[in-house]
Structures are given as structure tokens and as C-alpha cells.
Design a binder for this molecule. Structure first.
Ligand code: 26M
Length: 822
């Protein structure tokens, strides 16, 4: 009987149509008679959701009953993008859906694009978490993500008169992909005080009481794997006034406003994603978010473990917790608190369980991005946690003192507490001390952290605690979904889509370098992708760009270290050069479109100035009749995951030009190369490993090396700083008002001319410009260019996030896959 009633899910076009229509007419209570694209999206999403739920339930049941270790990925950001297209491809029914939607009178692309991006992240770190979820499900790892359910994701960016304007991103109006679990609620405590007490056995126990309670409510999101029934869970916590706390007395006694105020204060915790990327500002609400999410997740994980009835000594055999940067470091402290204060374990035993459970990935070496929390702030918000941090620190320092008695300064250097005014808790140190492994996200970066921020810790723990796991991207979203035609062409040559789950299989593409038809098709696909982007540019900016021109793209968060300023200053140089050329010289030039996109943190004035400069230059260049198609400068507003799916397949060349030693890895570099674009880049982050894999002749590297940066900066400050002469001409043009009011750009220019040029724009300018000339030259030989592109794609196998997850699983988490039965 159970079998007879159990839901199976649609497989054919007709069944899909039936399900979609049923959802539109009943679940959504809409008549088919006025069914628009949004309704079609909603119906189709609900139909696919049903399919996911079936496998999701089975997967969760399987994971519950399997006696094996699970991994929990704690990240404050999950930059998921859209879910429907992904769900269709992962369950292998996109063609069925396309046909069904066509019957109903819709184009699948129009339906898919109705979905609002789930944009619960800033940039690379959040998108990495999303790629990892995809890979963990695809590889059948029993894995959960834990995050916050922000009511507002990263703001929507509008460009108004050449300036960034931030608009709130309310994305929850209709979100069929989340399931509220009102029965899964955790009480989270803040503030209050700590006291000691003797229990019946005369043992001293610590009690944290008073303060306020906020409820954490679970919302679950299914994460389907590709070509597998495994459907993992992403659990996002939402804050709500606690039932006990939400003061009914106040409410009843007429203090209605006060009561509503309490409720609003509670709900504020998960209200908004902090829009900074690589900048730490020490706001109390951010610390509240961190603790709220860590405490809820830990409670949930511990509760699940306790159901197994295993002894605590088995905890780290059953649970691995991965920290995505230092944002979840309080989870370490919370776990120690649960084990010692609540479960009554002794300190040392508890601490060794904690260390065996946690591992920490570092994503930056930039000092302004390293998390530090003021001791007074933490004392007030989390008094017991601060005590635990002090105890951890004291034991750690005792060990260091005993082991390295000669280095008296070491204690000051490695202390979790920085002796500043006020004192600060160094989260990266706490995360390192509380974990069994620490990793960087690309080889150069992992080497750098061992010689800079964690140098002393390498001495203390030995080098084996520190490792590298080079980032990767999911080929499902970033090739198959974003570039279906290229994926299809590759599949036709390789005899199927196996490369999507074993990306190293791409290497067989090198056998087709002499296949003229294949190459022609490849080129046509690139051209079609450029036409599509040109259309998007026309629709959103009104500017016509020639799809035959060389598309030169830099899309990523706007940050001085990523050096969009170097790019736009180079564009101005190109403009001035063209202006000075004879008609004959101009004929030899490959037309270019310089495309920028990305958000600036709302308070980051320099980044906003860069956006304004790009827009101002575009205004002048794009309207200069003398220039025509030779150069266009475009700012694409509101760069996000779904825009990236249109932009990435359309590049001829993309820019990854951070000051050497500053970009931990970068992941869009991988996306662009995987989609058959070449890159111009510095010897930084994963660019170095991309070069190793695809070959030096297939990448345009330029600029100073990481090892020279320190000396150059020193020379800027103490020697005489020589501005590059070509760059000087560019500044003269800006100062002359050629791109509008020069005053608006003076701070930007002066950061380079007068204030030490910290990011070495001038030092790298000549090399950058010359390398772009090489790009121009190379592009003229379309045949050779195409071969570089195909060869590069063939050699990108290493950069799958599947490889990356396998490395984490084997080297760090020690977890095994749990494939579905049959
Ligand atoms: C910190 C404090 C308060 C508010 C926000 C933050 C914060 C948020 C995001 C800090 C850093 C954040 O992200 C950093 C990031 O995205 N790092 C990038 O991580 C990628 C994945 O590893 C790398 O590829 C990039 O090189 C790295 O910049």
C-alpha cells in the first residue's frame, strides 16, 4: 500500500505539463486564461520542486540511517543564483520542460529568467560556497550547508547618471525553493552574565543567564546533485522574537509599540547581508549575526549527534565542520561551551574533540579584511564566550612559552588577544588554534599565509597543519548551464556528457585541433554568445556594440586591489592613442569593447569613484564619432550570478589583474577560460596554476611579482616615486576635464600620484599596456587565437570544484561518499 501511494514524480513532457498546470490552477489559484511568464515559472518551479523533494527525503533518510561521518559547511554567504535551470539540468529533464513549456505557449529562456537570484553573498567567497554545495551533492557526500536566511541579499545596483545607486534586494516574495521548518526552532541567548555554582557532587559549574533570547527558525533548501539522486540540504536560519520573550504582558497591557519593537529588534538579526567584501568593520549587529547562526547550527548538529547515542569521544568520527573564513569562528567557542558547561565534559577532553572537528579555510591576507572583535563588545554580548576565549588563549600561551622559552616576543605576536586599545580578539588565530587543519585557496596564497599571518603558527604546530586546496568551479552551472551550445559541441566530440562529472576528460579536445568543422562551430558559438551579450548591452544601456569586436571583460567586486582603475586608465591610454593615429594606422587595429561590471561596497568611496570614471569615459568615447567601433566602454549594471551566466561565455579576453599577492585565488578567471576566453592577468592567485595547466603561451601575464611588492612599496614611501610617463599623460587628460569635472577624480588620481600608489598601478602600467598590444596582435590571427582557446579549455580539468571537494574530503574532513542505492 505504501508503495502504491508513494509519489514518483513526472518523467514525460505530458506529465510535466499536467503537473505545471495543476500547480498553476490549484497551488497558485490562478486561471490558465491569464497565465503569464511569471505564473508559468511558478508552476514549472513547483513541478520540479516536487521531484526534488522526493529525492531529498530519501537522501536525508539514507544519511540519517547510515552510520557514517557527515560534513557541515558553515558559511555566512551562499551566492546561489537561480535554482530552476539548475534543477532541470541536474535531474536531466530540461528538454522535457522545454517541450512542455512550448506546448503551453512559452519559451523556456523567458520562463527561467523570471526567477529572482538568490543573492545571499558578496562575491567569490559566497559563490565558492554555492559551487561546493553543488559538488558535494554531485559526489554523493553526506553534507549540509548552514547559513543565514537574509531577508535582503546583496543590494541591487543601479547606475544613475554614471553613479552607483543601491536598491534593496527583497527576494522572498515568492520563493518555492525554501521550506520553513517552524518545528525546528532554537533559542539563542545574548548578553546576560556568568556565575559559578556547585552542583550536587560539589563540582563547579558555570551558568550563563539573563540577557535576551531570540528564536532561530530553520528554512531548508534542497540541493540536487547532477546525475545522481542525492539531494542535500542547505539550512538557513531566520531570526524571530522568541515566544517566551515576545512580551505578551507588554502587549496586553497596552505597551503595544514596545512589544512590536522587541519583535523588530529580533527580526533585524537576519534582515540584511553586510555588503562589504574584504573589509571588516566591527559592527555589533554583524557579531550578533555570527553568533546567532553559529549557535543555532551547533545546537542542531549536536542534537543530531546525540540521537546516535554514541559517546562524545566519537563526535569527530561522525562530524566534520568546515569554516568558510573566520566568520563562523564562534562555532568553535560555542562547541566548547556546550561540551563543558552543558554536557559536563572536562576541558581538555572537550577541546580535543573541538579541534578534531573543525577546519578553517582562509580567503585573504589583506590586513583590513582580517576579522577582529573588540573585547568590550564581546564581553557585553557574549560574556561566557569571552571567558572561554581567554581560557583557550591562556592554555595556548602556556604551551608556547614552555616550548619556545627563548622567543619572548612570540607570546605577544601569537596571542588571540591583541593588546591594543581597546583589546581585540583576533579571529584568524582563534580559528587556527581551534582547528586541526587550515587551508589557503590557491598555491601562492597558501604559501603566503604560511610566511605572513600564520608564520609563528607554522613554527608552533609544524607545517602539516597548513595545507592548500586550490579553488574550483562547478562545470554544471559554469559550462553546461551558462553555455549549453558549447557543452553540446564538446559532448558531440567526446561522446557524451561524462566530462561534466570528470572534467579532466576535456583533455581529449586537443585531438580535434585540426578538425575544421569543429573549430568553425566553436567560433560560431562564441560569436552567438557575443551577440547575446551585445543585445543585453543594447537593451540595458542603449549602446550598440559590434559583436565582431574583441570583447575585453572585467567583472568582479570593485576593489582597489583588483585594480579596475588600472584597466580604465589603460582604456583611456588606448583612446588617446587612437585619437593620435592616422587613418591607415587605425585600419590595422582590432575594434574593442571594454566591458566592466561589479558592485562597490556602499561606503567605499574610492570604488564608487572608479565606477564613475568608467561611466564618464564611456560617455565620451562611445559618443566620439571619430572613434566609431574602434573602442566602446560599457558598464553593465547589477553584476550578479545570472548576469555572469550571460557575460562569461561572451568574452574574448577577461581581466584578472590584482596587485600580485593580494587576490587569494579568484574563481571568475576559471569560469572565463572554461568558456573559451583567454585571460590577461598578473602572477596572482589561481592565475599561476591556470598558467601551469594551460601553458604559458595561452595566457597574457604581466606585471611585478608578489615577491617584489614589498620592496616596491617601500621604495614608493622612501625613495623617489617615478610616475610612468604614459600614465602621466592619462592623468593630464583627466585633469583637463576631458571626462567631466576633474575634481571628482582627484582622490583617485592622487592615491597613485601622491599617496604612495599602494597597489602599484604605475609600476605595472607599462607592462599592462604592452601586454594589451600583444593581445591586439594575437587577435588578428583568428586561427591561432582559436587554437589557444580550445587548448586552454581542454586543459582546465583541474579547476572543477569536484576535484576541490575531493581534496577537502580526503585530506581534511575524512568523509566518504554515500551513493544512493541501485
Ligand atoms: C567581513 C566582515 C563584515 C562584513 C563582511 C565581511 C566579508 C564578507 C565577504 C569579508 C570577506 C568576504 O569575502 C571575501 C571574499 O570573497 N574572498 C574571496 O574568496 C574567493 C574564494 O576563495 C577567492 O577566490 C578570492 O580571491 C577572495 O578575494
Amino acid at each position: 500500500a505504501w508503495k502504491k501511494h508513494s509519489v514518483q514524480g513526472f518523467t514525460t513532457k505530458d506529465q510535466f505539463e499536467d503537473e505545471t498546470v495543476r500547480h498553476i490552477e490549484t497551488t497558485l489559484a490562478r486561471s490558465l486564461f491569464n497565465c503569464d511568464e511569471l505564473a508559468a515559472y511558478s508552476g514549472a518551479a513547483l513541478a520540479f520542486r516536487d521531484r526534488l523533494i522526493i529525492e531529498w527525503n530519501k537522501t536525508q533518510q539514507r544519511q540519517t540511517f547510515a552510520d557514517q561521518k557527515r560534513v557541515y559547511y558553515l558559511s555566512l554567504e551562499f551566492l546561489m543564483g537561480r535554482a530552476l535551470d539548475n534543477a532541470m539540468l541536474n535531474v536531466g529533464l530540461k528538454d522535457v520542460a522545454r517541450a512542455g513549456l512550448k506546448d503551453l505557449g512559452f519559451r523556456i529562456e523567458d520562463v527561467i529568467s523570471q526567477e529572482h537570484d538568490a543573492a545571499l553573498g558578496n562575491g567569490g567567497l559566497g559563490r565558492l560556497a554555492a559551487c561546493f554545495l553543488d559538488s558535494m551533492a554531485t559526489l554523493n557526500y553526506p553534507a549540509w550547508g548552514y547559513g543565514l536566511r537574509y531577508r535582503y541579499g546583496i543590494f541591487k545596483q543601479e547606475i544613475v547618471d554614471g553613479y552607483q545607486v543601491e536598491v534593496p534586494d527583497y527576494w522572498l516574495d515568492f520563493n518555492p525553493w525554501e521550506f520553513p521548518r517552524h518545528d525546528i526552532t532554537v533559542d539563542i541567548q545574548f548578553y546576560g552574565y556568568v556565575r559559578k555554582e556547585k552542583d550536587e557532587d560539589g563540582k563547579t559549574v558555570t551558568i550563563w543567564e539573563g540577557g535576551e533570547i531570540v528564536d532561530a527558525v530553520a528554512y531548508d533548501v534542497p540541493i540536487p546533485g547532477y546525475g545522481t539522486a542525492t539531494t542535500n540540504n542547505l539550512r538557513l536560519w531566520s531570526s524571530k522574537a522568541s515566544k517566551g520573550e515576545f512580551d505578551f504582558q507588554k502587549f496586553n497591557s497596552g505597551e503595544y509599540e514596545g512589544s512590536v519593537g522587541d519583535q523588530q529588534r529580533a527580526e533585524t538579526i537576519s534582515a540584511v547581508l553586510y555588503p562589504n567584501d574584504n573589509l571588516e568593520r566591527g559592527k555589533e549587529l554583524r557579531l550578533k549575526q555570527q553568533y546567532f547562526w553559529c549557535a543555532a547550527s551547533l545546537f542542531d548538529i549536536v542534537r543530531r549527534f546525540k540521537k546516535t547515542k554514541k559517546p562524545w569521544s566519537k563526535f569527530s568520527d561522525m562530524v566534520a565542520i568546515q569554516l568558510n573564513d573566520t566568520h563562523p569562528t564562534l562555532a568553535i567557542v560555542e562547541m566548547q561551551r556546550i561540551l563543558v558547561d552543558i554536557e559536563g565534559l572536562d576541558w581538555a577532553e572537550a577541546w580535543s574533540i573541538v579541534q578534531g572537528t573543525f577546519s578553517y579555510a582562509n580567503h585573504t591576507v589583506m590586513p583590513e579584511a582580517l576579522e577582529k572583535w573588540s573585547v568590550p563588545l564581546m564581553q557585553n554580548l557574549l560574556p561566557r564566550h569571552l571567558q572561554i576565549i581567554y581560557e583557550v588563549n591562556s592554555q595556548f600561551l602556556q604551551y608556547v612559552e614552555k616550548t619556545f622559552p627563548k622567543d619572548r616576543d612570540m607570546l605577544r605576536r601569537v596571542s588571540i588577544i591583541e593588546e591594543s586599545q581597546p583589546k581585540m580578539v583576533r579571529m584568524a588565530y582563534l580559528a587556527t588554534i581551534g582547528s586541526h587543519k587550515v587551508n589557503g585557496v590557491a598555491e601562492l596564497h597558501s604559501d603566503l599565509i604560511k610566511t605572513t599571518i600564520f608564520k609563528d603558527f607554522v613554527t608552533i604546530y609544524g607545517p602539516d597543519k597548513f595545507t592548500n586546496v586550490t579553488n574550483g568551479i562547478t562545470p554544471r552551472r559554469w559550462l553546461h548551464q551558462a553555455n549549453p551550445k558549447l557543452s553540446e559541441l564538446i559532448a558531440s566530440k567526446l561522446g557524451g556528457y561524462d566530462f561534466l562529472t570528470d572534467l579532466t576528460k576535456l583533455n581529449k579536445l586537443e585531438h580535434f585541433l585540426d578538425d575544421a568543422d569543429f573549430k568553425k562551430e566553436w567560433q560560431e558559438i562564441k560569436y552567438a554568445n557575443k551577440v547575446r551579450l551585445a543585445q543585453h548591452i543594447k537593451d540595458t544601456t542603449g549602446v550598440s556594440v559590434n559583436p565582431k569586436a574583441l570583447f575585453d571583460i572585467q567583472v568582479k567586486r570593485i576593489h582597489e586591489y583588483k585594480r579596475q582603475q588600472l584597466n580604465i586608465l589603460g582604456v583611456i591610454h588606448r583612446y588617446l592613442t587612437i585619437k593620435a593615429m592616422s587613418p591607415e594606422e587605425r585600419k590595422k587595429l582590432a575594434p574593442r569593447v571594454s566591458i566592466f561590471g561589479g558592485k562597490a561596497a556602499p561606503g567605499y568611496w574610492m570604488a564608487k569613484t572608479v565606477i564613475h570614471l568608467v561611466c564618464s569615459v564611456g560617455e565620451v568615447v562611445n559618443n566620439d564619432k571619430d572613434i566609431g567601433d574602434l573602442l566602446k566602454v560599457i558598464y553593465i549594471e547589477d553584476y550578479n550570478v545570472s548576469k555572469a551566466e550571460i557575460i562569461t561565455p561572451a568574452s574574448d579576453i577577461s581581466e584578472h589583474i590584482s596587485t600580485a599577492g593580494t587576490e587569494a585565488s579568484g574563481t571568475s578567471n576559471m569560469k572565463f577560460v572554461l568558456n573559451g576566453g583567454l585571460i590577461i592577468g598578473t602572477c596572482d592567485g589561481a592565475n599561476i596554476e591556470i598558467t601551469r595547466e594551460i601553458g604559458e603561451s595561452n595566457i597574457f601575464l604581466f606585471g611585478n611579482l608578489a615577491e617584489d611588492v614589498e620592496d616596491l612599496r617601500h621604495a614608493h614611501t622612501y625613495g623617489d616615486f617615478q610616475l610612468d610617463p604614459d600614465l602621466n599623460k592619462v592623468f593630464e587628460a583627466i585633469k583637463s576635464g576631458r571626462f567631466g569635472d576633474a575634481g571628482r577624480f582627484s582622490a583617485l588620481c592622487n592615491s597613485i600620484i601622491e599617496h604612495g600608489d599602494y597597489y602599484l598601478v604605475s609600476d605595472d602600467f607599462n607592462s599592462y599596456v604592452k601586454t594589451h598590444e600583444l593581445v591586439d596582435e594575437a587577435y588578428k590571427d583568428q586561427e591561432a587565437w582559436l587554437e589557444k582557446c580550445i587548448t586552454s579549455v581542454a586543459r582546465m580539468g583541474f579547476f572543477s570544484s569536484d576535484r576541490c571537494i575531493q581534496e577537502y574530503a580526503e585530506m581534511i574532513w575524512n568523509v566518504e561518499p554515500l551513493p544512493p542505492k541501485e
